[in-house]
Write a protein that binds this ligand. Structure first.
Ligand code: BEZ
Ligand code: FE
Length: 268
């Protein structure tokens, strides 16, 4: 069998840097045994992907794979994460991805999908949205939520406009109870992710865009466990308190509006 050139280069670089770190840190035999026992537990718990996430390698590889291009205005890419589900309900815009009694502040998220080079609207794009509830749980990890709650594929109108009614999601922990979570605590780190809304935007002739929008003011924005926060992806929220406007939306409490436009690259 012919050696794989790329794998050989990667392996040789990793070995060189690992041995240098072992030398620099004067790693002891008990420390090596503890590290190997930890990796064994990570494998047994099926947490290698999570380990890559909290070491912030997943986000760095995503950045290297979807770098910004100074020639266009494409929206920043971000990792998909483990909670995406195919085939969420397909909903014409304006759409609601939860029922009116969903706990939390009502959020109307709206915007336009545009061409990253020409800035022209992209008619009939689809914005696939998924998020946690106020308590930080996705519906698939929470028996109290309905199937596909807080998920939906929203079909934009002919002007590329989407309009989603949802609630403001909550921050959440990604490594509760497993070896990766234990490890983070033992090195003074945490496993919190700031509240965010995942999106996947697609349209015929365009490269699909996976990203996430962050809730402004979240206490974990400065220290996201996976390092995914990008300033351009922090949404702007406006709280509406005017009673007449509240009533005109059929609501009884103040609500939030947010506008976020997505710019997609054409398939080359
Ligand atoms: C998440 O947002 O669900 C997530 C994304 C990447 C890694 C871990 C969790
Ligand atoms: Fe998430």
């Amino acid at each position: 069998m012919q050696p794989d050139q790329r794998l050989t280069t990667v392996t040789n670089t990793l070995i060189e840097r690992l041995l240098q770190a072992v030398r620099d840190l004067n790693i002891t035999e008990p420390e090596l045994r503890a590290a190997l026992a930890f990796l064994t537990r990570v494998g047994q718990a099926n947490e290698f992907v999570l380990l890559s996430d909290v070491l912030q390698v997943s986000v760095l590889v995503d950045e290297l794979s979807h770098a910004a291009d100074p020639q266009d205005a494409a929206t920043a890419h971000n990792v998909e994460g483990p909670q995406y589900r195919d085939a969420a309900p397909l909903l014409p815009s304006p759409a609601a991805i939860c029922t009116p009694d969903e706990p939390g502040e009502v959020l109307f998220l709206t915007g336009q999908v545009r061409d990253a080079t020409t800035n022209a609207p992209i008619p009939c794009a689809v914005v696939d949205v998924w998020q946690t509830n106020l308590s930080g749980y996705y519906e698939n990890e929470d028996p109290h939520q309905a199937e596909f709650n807080l998920r939906g594929r929203v079909q934009c109108d002919a002007q590329g406009i989407y309009d989603v009614r949802t609630v403001v999601p909550g921050p959440y922990q990604i490594a509760r109870g497993g070896p990766v979570g234990e490890f983070l605590l033992s090195v003074g780190r945490h496993d919190w992710r700031p509240a965010h809304i995942h999106t996947k935007v697609y349209a015929s002739g365009y490269v699909p865009l996976t990203t996430m929008l962050f809730v402004p003011g979240d206490p974990w924005l400065e220290s996201d466990a996976i390092g995914a926060v990008k300033s351009d992806l922090i949404a702007t929220f406006t709280r509406v308190t005017d009673p007449a406007t509240i009533q005109s939306r059929g609501l009884t409490e103040p609500f939030i509006t947010s506008r976020f436009d997505f710019a997609l690259r054409q398939v080359s």
